[in-house]
Write a new protein. Structure first.
Length: 163
């Protein structure tokens, strides 16, 4: 954030090529990790509701899911290191910017990359979370419907403990 703030104030990129590539990698990695960790939370809640007795598996499963989420965040952000670079324009005056200009062969390559990023960053997590919470809602509704017996039926609960 501080580097972004300075960039917004100066308008041009003054931190050099390495910082340009690193910042763009870290920015996208942060966005991916937020989205993917939110997906992991949704999956964990789904497992907790649908299979509440699998507590022993939960810790290991969560560790694996978090490792995969962070690994995918890093892997999907790596292209930023190769796409972003410093571009300097000399005429009418020196001006340097951190950009992807010249990194794609054609415009549709850039569009395809942006759509892929959008799909991985927004659509895929959204679909997974909608699926998880829909399954949770259906399971809770099913359990509530089981417990709502007609008023003329008496349903007694008792423990196995006898006195």
């Amino acid at each position: 954030m501080p580097v972004d703030a300075v960039w917004n104030i100066t308008v041009q990129w003054l931190a050099g090529d390495f910082a340009c590539r690193l910042l763009m990698f870290l920015k996208l990695q942060a966005m991916y990790s937020c989205a993917f960790v939110t997906v992991v939370i949704s999956l964990d809640r789904q497992y907790a509701i649908l299979d509440p007795l699998a507590i022993n598996k939960a810790r290991k499963r969560n560790r694996v899911m978090l490792t995969v989420a962070w690994g995918m965040s890093v892997a999907l952000s790596v292209p930023q290191i190769f796409l972003f670079h410093n571009v300097t324009i000399i005429h009418p005056e020196d001006f340097t910017q951190c950009t992807t200009r010249g990194s794609f062969i054609t415009h549709w390559h850039e569009t395809a990359y942006n759509m892929f990023t959008f799909s991985c960053l927004f659509l895929l997590p959204l679909i997974i979370m909608i699926t998880c919470y829909t399954r949770i809602f259906c399971e809770i509704s099913k359990r509530l419907n089981k417990d709502n017996l007609p008023s003329n039926e008496v349903h007694l609960r008792r423990s196995k403990k006898t006195s």
